[in-house]
Design a binder for this molecule. Structure first.
Ligand code: ZN
Length: 78
């Protein structure tokens, strides 16, 4: 039996990844616990926000907040 076929890819550093509208620019605070790491993210609307590894990885945050409670049709940058 092969149970080891599934590879779980550990992602320690989210820098450079995209999550929804967020582009992870750099790590602001390192931590021995990966999910507690804090990143500086740039939203496609131009705002910069600080978001934890946990929120990014679990899809809790996909924008700076500009999508929250609004329709997805807000595409204006200005
Ligand atoms: Zn935004």
């Amino acid at each position: 039996m092969r149970l080891s076929g599934m590879k779980i890819q550990p992602v320690d550093d989210l820098t450079g990844h995209r999550f929804g509208r967020l582009h992870v620019v750099t790590m602001l605070r390192d931590s021995s616990r990966t999910i507690e790491r804090l990143y500086l993210c740039e939203c496609s609307c131009g705002n910069a926000v600080e978001i934890s590894h946990y929120d990014l990885w679990n899809g809790k945050k996909r924008s700076c907040g500009c999508l929250k409670g609004r329709g997805d049709r807000l595409q204006r940058a200005k």
